[in-house]
Design a binder for this molecule. Structure first.
Ligand code: UGA
Length: 436
């Protein structure tokens, strides 16, 4: 099939590259000409494991193209909208890029073109997009919602091994053609699920908000464990053996971040309010997450009896999670701001996201020092804070850490270490809900 993908953010680029890998003829379109040129040279604009070599091989073999214009849309059977839907100040998803992309493709649409909304869009947007385009063209087109469920850091794998593929459409012929596109994934088990446009949109929000709820729930369990003296790791293991609960997304931490959960939680709360209702659980999920992002620093403050003035702390990890250079809504931001406001100096290390974090802190006027070597960052510092669960931090040389820090203290926001061993090595150790 010939496909056009509008927007080469992580969703668009991963979708386009993986469809090309499956044998389709794909053109990825972006309004940023410089970015398009870089991609033509084989450069991947984001850090996503496995994506760059796949981009390069498919480009070389002529199945993947990059363009700064919309010409390819004319021949495309399906045009995927994979543009951003950032939050407005009130939590509403801003659809200017979605409708902007519609304006760009309308002149190129043909009878039978399928416009596929891949971006996460508020419930009802697919139908609005249909009405919007209908008002501007006489061609007979279709609008399908096909939300994505990729996780940053494992996006290529998630695309290639999907658990389910949601196809939301009004007309059965359009739904069937998108089903055909995903046919290779349906061979062993039928993974495509058909529904209305509006249900597809709701499915995406319900999924992300449910996962965010699991995390906030566990973060609150962890906080209570700290108070009552239970160990959240034992509790997590205990409950996850119940198949109704499952074992994933039960890890307490420094609060969820990224480009999806924070935005989608806000958007669902907004959608409910817009319709005169309240989504109280999801409102609480957001509230709990805000508190959680302050939790690790509250432990630092408690340890140092609220006197952080002139002290130096080191963040290991600034990405919102491991295997990405994405720092959007990362708990590292709240942590660095809180430490700075308390008068402390902040150093940090991150294998991939360091430059992005340094730039953001610069824009926010928060002084931070970047270190290329994770141990060098510790020299003479008053404490180490683990923010991201990068593999590089999982089994460090603890003697090295001890010899570099002024006093051996670790505040572990990801519960990476074995409490008993770390304590035996002479560290003062704080974690999330481990009742130390
Ligand atoms: C999330 C969803 O998991 C994807 O299914 C979805 O497609 C994507 O949003 C999206 O809407 O585009 P992503 O934001 O890439 O994916 O990352 P996650 O792996 O879900 O992690 C989100 C945040 O939750 C991270 O800050 C992570 O550290 C945190 N988290 C995750 C926890 O604190 N505990 C956990 O047990 C799991």
């Amino acid at each position: 099939m010939k496909l056009s993908i509008i927007g080469t953010g992580y969703v668009g680029l991963v979708t386009g590259t993986c469809f090309a890998e499956m044998g389709h003829d794909v053109t990825c379109i972006d309004i940023d000409a410089a970015k398009v040129e870089r991609m033509k040279k084989g450069e991947c604009p984001i850090y996503e494991p496995g994506l760059e070599p796949l981009m390069q091989s498919n480009y070389k073999e002529g199945r993947l193209h990059f363009a700064n214009n919309y010409d390819s849309v004319t021949k495309a059977e399906a045009i995927f909208l994979a543009v951003g839907t950032p939050s407005s100040d009130d939590g509403q998803a801003d659809l200017k890029y979605v409708f902007g992309a519609c304006d760009s493709i309308i002149p190129y649409l043909q009878d039978g073109s399928i416009v596929v909304v891949k971006s996460t869009v508020p419930v009802g947007t697919g139908n609005k997009v249909r009405e919007y385009i209908k008002g501007k063209t006489n061609k007979k087109f279709y609008v399908v919602n096909n939300p994505e469920f990729l996780k940053e850091g494992s996006a290529v794998d998630d695309f290639m091994k999907p658990e389910r593929i949601i196809i939301g459409a009004q007309e059965i012929e359009a739904a069937q053609r998108i089903d055909d596109l995903y046919e290779p994934f349906n061979r062993q088990v039928k993974r495509t699920i058909h529904m209305s446009n509006i249900s597809a949109e709701m499915t995406k929000y319900a999924a992300n908000c449910f996962l965010a709820t699991k995390i906030s729930f566990m973060n609150e369990v962890a906080r209570l464990c700290d108070i009552v003296g239970a160990d959240v790791e034992e509790v997590r293991h205990g409950i996850s053996t119940d198949s109704r609960i499952g074992s994933q997304f039960l890890y307490p931490g420094p609060g969820y971040g990224g480009s999806c959960f924070p935005k989608d939680v806000k958007a669902l709360v907004f959608t409910a309010k817009e319709h005169g209702a309240r989504f109280k659980i999801v409102e609480a999920v957001e509230e709990v997450n805000k508190e959680q992002k302050k939790y690790l620093v509250s432990k630092v403050k408690k340890h140092f009896k609220d006197d952080l003035k002139g002290k130096t702390f080191v963040l290991w990890g600034t990405a919102f999670k491991a295997n990405t250079d994405d720092i959007r809504e990362t708990p590292a931001i709240d942590t660095a701001i809180a430490l700075h406001q308390a008068g402390a100096k902040v150093r940090f290390h991150d294998p991939e996201a360091a430059d992005n974090f340094e730039k953001l802190m610069g824009q926010m006027n928060i002084p931070v020092d970047q270190f290329e070597n994770k141990y060098d960052a510790l020299n003479g510092a008053d404490g180490l804070l683990i923010i991201t669960e990068w593999k590089q931090y999982r089994a460090p040389d603890f003697e090295e850490i001890k010899s570099r820090l002024k006093t051996p203290i670790i505040f572990d926001g990801r519960n990476l270490y074995n409490t008993k061993k770390v304590l035996e090595m002479g560290f003062t150790y704080y974690a999330i809900g481990k009742a130390i």
